[in-house]
Design a protein around this ligand. Structure first.
Ligand code: F6R
Length: 614
């Protein structure tokens, strides 16, 4: 939530910052702005709306400088307008700051500063921080330099922040700090960048330092030093080489990142599987958790915690782990779990699932579980992310960068990891070689099955065209496919703004059936498994009430065909592969519906991808 980028070096900062903001726009697109230091003068431009608005403004009224900071905002405190856009300047106009996170005690600090005569121009919590820095800097009678003033101000704030600040008294310097919101330092050849993730950096350098909470960086005269925010202690950090490619973070021939990422699933699932399948032994090889396998095998309970789409993957994980590993699994929203008195002890395993690896609630749930003695495992997509570093061990999904705000390929990669994890534990606990081999063989066919699934696009488009004016959509599934129904409904809500609900198919009779009329499309997840005949009865019930029936199945069948208005078929495979292939159909459906409704697919209203506020 909110993206920060800043540059100091020999190049013109403006194109670097604008390009960086475009890469970070998935984190928020309510407003954008930048500030540049030109020798001793500080200039800034801020605009409500997307980065393109800022870029247009800069082409009409350009500003220049030798270093700069920039920000793309997801509004928390204060409406999205020009004034609330970052960077925020202090009252002297000498200091500028960009901030990602929330200053929780902003109100009390603001009141104190107002009593001292500070006049605020915005409604944001972030301006409080820059005005506080300014108060400390200007009122210390020359005792503190700018760096110490920033550090002193940070001692007073409570909350989460990734910040970069600059001051016209320090023309060749940038100052940054992290507490709870991600920040990466790019170390180039006489040039340095800060960014909320590595994507704005890779064109200039592959050398990055992932900052940890409590770290402060000063870049001055072509050198950087990292210290503790609270003390003078110098922190030594290792430089990591990133192997992200430009192609991975651009949408290429596709009109939207979401469509590209749906198609990426032709290889992203097998990228996640690569080197991890052992057909001969009917098991998986998960190096990241090997050292902890004895603890996992002895665990009395597993909690899976996550938010949104990742939580849906967790619900599928529960089915898989309980089926194969026979250990109780509880799936919890991280935002609820962290505040409740769950039974967590040394026999508990916490599995945290997160695409970004930065979701604030998930991170907090991990920290709490660790404190209570649980072993924490992460299933993350972003290497170097906070969650991947905070957990004791983990398994990366190798889905590649996911930029479309609606999660697609990360979800199927998460399910893939959960299948491998369940099987790994299960085989150690007595699942037969035959069952193991059966599942591994199906995983090996996944690329072909995903490609065939994507061929449904034409029919999906017809369904979307026929139903794009619906006000509501219902998704129904049973067992392991109930979470798929939830995920299908979430995708639709997010990008097409059609109200949608996911329900266990049999629960429909206990309430939602009242909603059904001739205008209500109902998506049934109906694979040919042991619940098929029950699902068929549920379809009959909807048919009898005139609903529009869209069935997703893995095998055509006369009854299904005659009852359904549309039948979308994925290739027949293992029962635990259907949640993957059927969710791809639901991703396509959400995409096509959003297209027909003229929605902004990659940047849906009010959303941001990486939720770093609580
Ligand atoms: C939905 C979506 C969100 C995320 C959620 C958790 O399409 O993307 O619901 O799944 O914000 O994010 P991560 O997985 O990054 O922790």
């Amino acid at each position: 939530m909110c993206g920060i980028v800043s540059y100091i070096g020999k190049k013109d900062p403006v194109p670097i910052l604008i390009k960086g903001l475009r890469r970070l726009e998935y984190r928020g697109y309510d407003s954008a702005g930048l500030a540049l230091l030109d020798g001793k003068s500080l200039n800034s431009v801020k605009k409500a709306g997307k980065v393109s608005e800022l870029s247009d403004e800069l082409s009409v009224s350009p500003i220049k400088g030798n270093c700069g900071i920039a920000h793309t905002r997801w509004a928390t405190h204060g409406v999205p307008n020009d004034i609330n856009a970052h960077p925020h300047l202090d009252k002297s106009g000498k200091i500028a700051l960009v901030h990602n996170g929330i200053i929780e005690n902003y109100d009390s600090i603001k009141k104190t500063l107002e009593k001292r005569g500070v006049v605020f121009s915005s409604d944001t919590d972030s301006e409080v921080l820059v005005q506080l820095i300014s108060e400390i800097y200007h009122n210390d009678e020359g005792q503190l330099d700018f760096k110490d003033a920033v550090k002193a101000a940070l001692q007073e704030v409570v909350g989460a922040y990734g910040i970069v600040a600059m001051c016209s008294d320090e023309p060749d310097s940038l100052f940054a700090a992290r507490m709870g919101s991600p920040l990466v330092l790019g170390v180039g050849d006489n040039e340095f960048l800060f960014a909320s993730d590595a994507s704005p950096i890779i064109e200039y350098t592959r050398n990055v330092i992932y900052l940890d909470d409590g770290e402060f960086v000063e870049v001055k005269n072509s050198a950087y030093s990292i210290s503790n925010i609270h003390t003078e202690e110098i922190v030594s950090k290792t430089i990591t080489k990133i192997d992200l490619t430009i192609e991975e973070i651009e949408k290429g021939e596709f009109p939207h990142f979401m469509l590209k990422e749906i198609h990426d699933q032709k290889h992203s699932i097998s990228d996640t599987l690569r080197g991890r399948l052992n057909l001969e032994d009917g098991t998986s090889m998960l190096g990241g958790i090997n050292d902890y396998l004895p603890n996992i095998l002895e665990a009395s309970r597993i909690y899976i915690t996550a938010c949104g789409t990742s939580w849906h993957a967790g619900l599928i994980g529960k089915h898989l782990i309980e089926e194969y590993a026979r250990v109780p699994v509880h799936v919890e929203y991280a935002s609820e779990f962290r505040y409740r008195n769950a039974i967590i002890d040394a026999n508990t395993i916490l599995i945290a699932i997160s695409q970004s690896g930065e979701t604030a609630d998930t991170l907090a749930a991990i920290k709490k579980s660790k404190e209570l003695g649980a072993l924490t495992l992460g299933i993350c997509n972003v290497v170097g992310s906070s969650i991947s570093r905070e957990t004791d061990a983990g398994i990366f999904t190798h889905a590649g960068p996911e930029i479309g705000v609606a999660s697609t390929k990360a979800f199927t990669a998460q399910v893939t990891v959960l299948i491998m994890l369940a099987l790994k534990i299960g085989r150690k606990k007595g699942v037969s070689l035959h069952r193991g081999k059966e599942l591994i063989s199906s995983l090996k066919e996944i690329d072909t099955n995903v490609s065939k699934t994507l061929e449904t696009i034409k029919l999906v488009r017809q369904v979307a065209k026929a139903t794009c004016n619906a006000d509501n959509y219902l998704y129904l599934g049973r067992g392991v496919n109930f979470p798929v129904a939830l995920e299908g409904a979430l995708k639709l809500k997010e990008i097409s703004y059609i109200h949608a609900e996911g329900y266990p198919a049999a629960e429909m009779k206990h309430g939602p059936i009242a909603l059904i009329d001739k205008d209500m499309p109902v998506v049934f997840l109906a694979p040919q498994d042991e619940t098929f005949l029950k699902i068929l009865s549920n379809i009959e019930e909807v048919k009898a009430r005139g609903g529009i029936i869209i069935t997703v199945t893995d095998e055509e069948n006369d009854s299904l065909n005659s009852l359904s208005d549309y039948v979308l078929v994925t290739p027949k495979s293992h029962r635990y592969i259907f949640p993957i292939t059927s969710s791809i159909i639901l991703q396509l459906l959400a995409y096509e519906l959003a297209q027909f409704r003229g929605c902004e697919i990659d940047q849906p209203r009010n959303l941001a991808k990486s939720v770093t506020v609580e």
